[in-house]
Design a protein around this ligand. Structure first.
Ligand SMILES: *[C@@H]1O[C@H](CO)[C@@H](O)[C@H](O)[C@H]1NC(C)=O
Ligand SMILES: *[C@@H]1O[C@H](CO)[C@@H](O)[C@H](O)[C@H]1NC(C)=O
Ligand SMILES: *[C@@H]1O[C@H](CO)[C@@H](O)[C@H](O)[C@H]1NC(C)=O
Ligand SMILES: *[C@@H]1O[C@H](CO)[C@@H](O)[C@H](O)[C@H]1NC(C)=O
Ligand SMILES: *[C@@H]1O[C@H](CO)[C@@H](O)[C@H](O)[C@H]1NC(C)=O
Length: 413
């Protein structure tokens, strides 16, 4: 999507500067503007051109858009963030996108070393930001009766059956005889400290599986959206860890189970949103605020995780042999702040973190060009909503163009 209006702006600029410098123009034009008709005309023209400027920006904004210094969220927990990432799995092209899901992992493939999908998931673009996990966890007593093994074979881009032009990412869990073959994706932006993250997701398939979309550092720095396929499709769980105390009992207020407002069900596409701000976590579904939580709000730099797993225990539930479940993702939209080195907080000791505080990655520029990420025409494409006076340069220039154009036209009246 190339902004068609941009070249026009540039040609205006060229014309403008071949005539005079901006200061000369302002001085000269003061004497030239005589009739109120001209002033009104200029005013209207400036408005029209300014609107164009915003539309152009809206279309050209993407990831770390150069047109946005910062991002503002809406809802009950509005906040400003410095960075933006948009991971869109909807229009992935190429032969490597599967028309049908790949074979299920067999019982003999218990190492998690199966090859992953070629194409997009194998590209350096993807590998720069995400890592498909291959770790496993042996069964361990009555609470963890089934071995879990992540496999790259359970992470793939699939064409949509109904609309062949679109695609989505899928994480799959499959119950083999001796283990559950699971899927996990970890974000490589390891220094996220506060964020507003939106996952356009759907969960389907067998009972006994947990779909997780969360921020993570360790088991006490973790903020979760969890969907259990043994729950009804309108039931969801929002948790700040730790949810179980050292005494083995649930920590009151750590985990909240609630019903999504009708007609929202997690078995259909839903925009799940987690807002992580200092001292407050908030959760939304399809733009509707559902919960605030002060307990256990993470305070150390973390990263995103998506997973789908089952250990056969009471909590996750037990998948029956040969059954499968799926976490489908259309896109992930994240605005965030960061702190410390890109590879994240080192868990060895708090001292290290204290040192890192001095290296907090702060941009020199302040928040001048503010872009909205909610209630915009296309999710993932922030829209410029305001510019601080000190960086009005673009708008000033637009007025200049208007002035120049207006004067040129006025002289022909
Ligand atoms: C993110 O960082 C900016 C710049 O430091 C700050 O103004 C903003 O309040 C921060 N956002 C949150 C949620 O802490
Ligand atoms: C994987 O297992 C599920 C559940 O039995 C089944 O529905 C699906 O078709 C299987 N996938 C393939 C490619 O055979
Ligand atoms: C792509 O796949 C090949 C073969 O499985 C692997 O060796 C390579 O590391 C992958 N590249 C990326 C960027 O994931
Ligand atoms: C997580 O890391 C922090 C900082 O090192 C530490 O204080 C906390 O005890 C850790 N939590 C767990 C469950 O290991
Ligand atoms: C869990 O599922 C497996 C496979 O279907 C089955 O063999 C086992 O008996 C189940 N365990 C429980 C406690 O239901």
């Amino acid at each position: 999507m190339t902004p068609s209006l941009k070249p026009t702006h540039l040609s205006f600029t060229v014309v403008f500067f071949t005539v005079a410098s901006p200061q000369d123009w302002i001085l000269g034009s003061r004497q030239m503007i005589q009739s109120s008709r001209t002033i009104l005309f200029l005013f209207l023209l400036a408005i029209v051109l300014d609107k164009h400027a915003i539309q152009v920006s809206a279309r050209s904004l993407h990831d770390n858009s150069p047109d946005c210094d910062c991002y503002v969220t809406s809802g009950r927990s509005p906040a400003f963030f410095e960075y933006h990432r948009f991971y869109d799995f909807r229009d992935i092209a190429g032969d490597s996108v599967y028309d049908h899901e790949p074979a299920n992992v067999t019982n003999s493939q218990s190492n998690g070393d199966e090859p992953g999908q070629q194409g997009y998931l194998n590209s350096s673009t993807f590998a720069k930001d995400w890592k498909i996990q291959t770790w496993g966890h042996e069964r361990e007593g009555p609470d963890y009766p089934v071995t879990v093994q992540n496999s790259p074979q359970n992470v793939f881009i699939q064409r949509d059956l109904l609309e062949s032009s679109t695609s989505h990412l899928t994480l799959r869990a499959y119950r083999a005889e001796d283990f559950t073959s699971t899927a996990e994706l970890e974000g490589l932006q390891r220094n996220v400290l506060h964020a507003s993250v939106r996952f356009r997701a759907r969960v389907r398939g067998a009972t006994g599986v947990v779909a997780g979309m969360f921020t993570y550092l360790n088991d006490s720095q973790e903020s979760d959206i969890e969907i259990l396929t043994r729950d009804p499709p309108n039931h969801i769980r929002y948790t700040n860890q730790p949810s179980v105390g050292s005494d083995g009992y649930d920590v009151p207020g750590a985990s909240t189970e609630l019903d999504l407002p009708a007609p929202i069900v997690w078995s259909e596409w839903v925009t799940h949103r987690l807002d992580w701000r200092p001292q407050m976590s908030s959760w939304y579904a399809d733009g509707q605020w559902l919960l605030d939580k002060e307990y256990g709000v993470p305070y150390l730099p973390s990263y995103l995780v998506l997973n789908l797993w089952s250990n056969g225990g009471d909590w996750s539930g037990n998948m029956s042999l040969g059954s499968a479940a799926y976490l489908d993702i259309q896109w992930i939209d994240m605005v965030f702040n960061k702190s410390g080195p890109a590879d994240g907080y080192k868990l060895e000791g708090i001292d290290k973190f204290r040192r890192n505080v001095n290296f907090v990655a702060k941009r020199e520029s302040h928040c001048h060009r503010v872009c909205a990420v909610d209630d915009i025409p296309a999710a993932g494409f922030p829209v410029l909503v305001s510019q601080a006076a000190s960086t009005m340069r673009k708008t000033e220039w637009m007025s200049m163009y208007a002035l120049g154009l207006g004067l040129a036209l006025a002289s022909t009246f």
